[in-house]
Ligand binder design. Structure first.
Ligand code: PLP
Length: 390
C-alpha cells in the first residue's frame, strides 16, 4: 500500500539517539546533549519584535512564489557585499521553507532516473536520501582527515561518468567543520567547464566561521566561469538561530529558477510569509549574530583542547560550523557502539561517524551549540567512560 520511493529514505540516526536520550530523561536521567546541530540561542529579539509588528500589519498572506521581493533584494545586496557577485533578485533567487525543502525542489527539477550525484563521504546524511528519493544514484567520494577533509579533485574526477548530473558540496561542513579552500574551488570550477555538471553548494554554515576566516564560495566573483551551473543553498536556521522559522533560499541561474517555479507553486505556493518578514529583519542583526559567533568560538576552543587531552581521542580544529569530528580509531570500537554505550553508560548523547557515510567510521561527531557548563560536564563523563568502561 506504500510507494517504493519512500523506502529510499533511511531514518536519521541522530534522531534515534535524541529520541532514546529523551526517553532516558523522562526516566529522570540527566543527559548531556551534544547530538543535535541546533543553536541553543533563541532567535534575537530584534527579529522576533520586527516580525510581530509585521504580523500585526497584515503580512500574513501568500506571497510571490519566489518570496517577497524586498527579501530577495536584501539577499541580493547581502551576497553582493560578501561575494562581489550581483544575483538578480527577480530571476535568480527563490525563497523557500528551509534549505531541506529546497533540495526537494532542486533535485525534482534536475534528476532523471539513474542520474548520478556525487556526494562527499563523510557528508550530511540527508543528501544520499534526497538523491535516491528522486531515482538518482548517490556516488560517494571519500574525503580524509589527513587532508583536512578537503575534496580530492583527482578522485572526484575519476568518479565522473556520462551519467553525472551534479556534485553536492557543503562548506563549512557538517560533520567535519572544515572549509573547502579556494584553490580546491578553483579546480572545481575548471572541472565544471570540462565535464558540464551542476554544483549544488549547501552554504547553510557559510557565516559560521572563526578566526576571521571567510569561507570561500563558488559564488565569489572570481569563479564566475561556473555560475551557469551553480546552485547556492543558504538559509536562516543556523547563523541567525532561526531553525523553527523554516526559512532558506536558492540562488541559481534564471533558466533553473524558471523550471523550478511551477514545482514551488504546486507543492508550496510560497515560503511562510511571516518567516520571510522575520528574515528581512535578520539581515540587519549583525551585532547579535557576532555575539553568538563569539560564544561558539569560546566553546570550540574549550572542546578542541579537552578532546585532544583525552587518551584515545583526537580532533582537528574545525574552521567553521559548530561540530567536531573526532577520531576514535585508537579505541578499537565501532562509532555506533561507542555512541550508544556513551549514551547508555555515561549519559552523553553524540552522533556516530558512520551515520555520515562509510568513511565516517572511526569518528564521532560532537555538536557544541550548548552551554559551556554542559560541554565541561560532557568531557568529564567522556573521559571517565573511556578510562573505566572501555
Ligand atoms: C549541511 C546541512 N544542510 C541543511 C540543513 C538543514 O537546514 P534547514 O534548517 O535550512 O532545512 C542542515 C541541518 O542540520 C545541515 O547540517
Amino acid at each position: 500500500m506504500f510507494s517504493k520511493r519512500v523506502d529510499s529514505i533511511k531514518p536519521f540516526i541522530v534522531m534515534e539517539i535524541l529520541e532514546r536520550a529523551l526517553e532516558m530523561e523522562e526516566d529522570g536521567v540527566d543527559i548531556v546533549h551534544m547530538e543535535i546541530g541546533e543553536p541553543d540561542f533563541d532567535t534575537p529579539a530584534r527579529i522576533v519584535d520586527g516580525c510581530l509588528s509585521d504580523i500585526k500589519s497584515g503580512k500574513t498572506h501568500y506571497t510571490h512564489s519566489l518570496g517577497y521581493l524586498e527579501l530577495r533584494e536584501k539577499i541580493s545586496d547581502y551576497k553582493f557585499q560578501t561575494r562581489e557577485t550581483r544575483f538578480n533578485p527577480k530571476t535568480q533567487i527563490m525563497v523557500m521553507g528551509g534549505t531541506s525543502p529546497a533540495f526537494f525542489n532542486i533535485l525534482s527539477t534536475l534528476l532523471n532516473p539513474g542520474d548520478e550525484v556525487l556526494i562527499t563521504d563523510p557528508g550530511y546524511p540527508c543528501y544520499a536520501n534526497f538523491v535516491s528519493f528522486f531515482g538518482g544514484k548517490p556516488v560517494f567520494v571519500p574525503i580524509h582527515e589527513e587532508n583536512e577533509f578537503d575534496l580530492d579533485i583527482t578522485s572526484l574526477e575519476k568518479a565522473i561518468t556520462q551519467k553525472t548530473k551534479a556534485l553536492i558540496i557543503n562548506s563549512p561542513s557538517n560533520p567535519t567543520g572544515q572549509i573547502i579552500p579556494e584553490k580546491t574551488l578553483d579546480k572545481l570550477a575548471d572541472l565544471v567547464k570540462k565535464h558540464d555538471f551542476w554544483i549544488i553548494s549547501d552554504e547553510i554554515y557559510s557565516e559560521l566561521t572563526y578566526d576571521g576566516i571567510i569561507a570561500p564560495s563558488l559564488s565569489d566573483k572570481k569563479f564566475e566561469r561556473c555560475h551557469h551551473r551553480l546552485i547556492i543553498l543558504d538559509g536562516f536556521s543556523k547563523y541567525w538561530a532561526m531553525t523553527g522559522w523554516r526559512l532558506g533560499y536558492i540562488i541559481a541561474p534564471p533558466d533553473l529558477i524558471n523550471k523550478m517555479t511551477p514545482v514551488q507553486q504546486n507543492f508550496s505556493i510560497c515560503a511562510p510569509s511571516i518567516s520571510q518578514a522575520a528574515a528581512v529583519h535578520a539581515l540587519d542583526c549583525e551585532e547579535e549574530t557576532l555575539e553568538m559567533l563569539r560564544i561558539y568560538k569560546d566553546r570550540r576552543a574549550f572542546i578542541v583542547k579537552r578532546l585532544n587531552e583525552i587518551k584515545g581521542i583526537s580532533c582537528l580544529e574545525p574552521k567553521g560550523a559548530f561540530y567536531i569530528f573526532a577520531n576514535i580509531q585508537k579505541l578499537k570500537i565501532s562509532s555506533m557502539e561507542f555512541a550508544w554505550q556513551l549514551l547508555e553508560k555515561a549519559h552523553v548523547a553524540i552522533c556516530p561517524g558512520i551515520s555520515f557515510g562509510p568513511n565516517g567510521e572511526g569518528f564521532v561527531r560532537f555538536s557544541y551549540p550548548t552551554d559551556i557548563e554542559n560541554i565541561k560536564e560532557g568531557m568529564v563523563r567522556l573521559e571517565k567512560f573511556i578510562q573505566e568502561v572501555l
